[in-house]
Design a binder for this molecule. Structure first.
Ligand SMILES: N[C@@H](CCC(=O)N[C@@H](CS)C(=O)NCC(=O)O)C(=O)O
Length: 241
């Protein structure tokens, strides 16, 4: 049985797994799971992951959740080039440091902008007050500043001269607010130059293919039937209201 990846390219961690697998010529069955249609709550997906989030992997009888665990599994199984997750002690520690930090920083702040600008107005039918939006933008800006000043410094990539899993996980998260219409690269030449290097290392075609849905998110969310998105209401109420 071919290796299966359950993905929705609206999702940042799905894009990192997708790009990683494609870039390393790992063949897989793309199992599209539509988050906006609530397919993560379906009975079939529950057999793959009780966490009910994507990405998820099935390799024979073995199922795995969590994007970073999935990419490390693929890296080990398919012996991908060292630069993705360097064997060098301190380079690997740099990658681990970024991967550990990002969950509650850039990922949280970029996702919040996406929810405040696109999801909440659609699902709840309300616009977000300006002060709340500004506070979320401040949080995002402080995380982006740390990406530049702490994680990149003067290096081409987070762990040194070559792309690693840290850069891949960083770029997919940083593109999420861009999809919601916030150009995080404007006025940030260092971050923009790093984005260009990451794009080049991934390959522009693959980068664009993986990001086409998120970059069209403003239009696609606008045209969606909000009654179908009510499945998100309890979560939005819990997290944001
Ligand atoms: N830490 C997880 C995060 C996975 C996650 O939060 N996935 C979101 C999409 S970005 C999801 O499936 N959400 C569905 C839901 O919460 O209902 C990873 O890196 O894989």
């Amino acid at each position: 049985m071919a290796l299966e990846l359950y993905l929705d390219l609206f999702s940042q961690p799905c894009r990192s797994v997708y790009i990683f697998a494609k870039k390393n010529n790992i063949s897989f069955d793309f199992k599209k799971l539509s988050l906006l249609d609530g397919q993560q709550y379906g009975e079939d997906f529950g057999k793959i992951s009780l966490i009910r989030k994507v990405p998820a992997l099935r390799d024979g009888d073995f199922c795995l959740a969590e994007s970073i665990a999935i990419m490390l599994y693929l890296a080990e199984k398919f012996k991908t080039p060292d630069f993705w997750y360097p064997a060098d002690l301190q380079q690997r520690a740099r990658v681990n440091e970024y991967l550990s930090w990002q969950h509650t920083a850039i990922r949280m702040h970029g996702s919040e902008i996406f929810c405040l600008r696109l999801m909440i107005p659609k699902v709840m039918g309300v616009e977000i007050p300006e002060d709340k939006m500004n506070a979320a933008l401040d949080d995002l800006n402080s995380s982006l500043k740390l990406v530049e000043e702490k994680f990149l410094q003067d290096r081409p990539f987070i762990a040194g001269d070559q792309i690693s899993l840290a850069d891949l996980v960083a770029i997919v998260e940083i593109m999420q607010p861009v999809g919601a219409g916030v150009d995080v690269f404007e006025g940030r030449p260092k971050l923009s130059a790093w984005r260009d290097r990451v794009q080049e290392a991934i390959g522009k075609e693959l980068f664009d293919e993986a990001h086409q849905y998120i970059l069209g998110a403003q239009e696609s969310v606008k045209s969606m039937d909000s009654s179908k998105m009510q499945v998100f209401k309890p979560k939005i109420l819990r997290l944001f209201m």
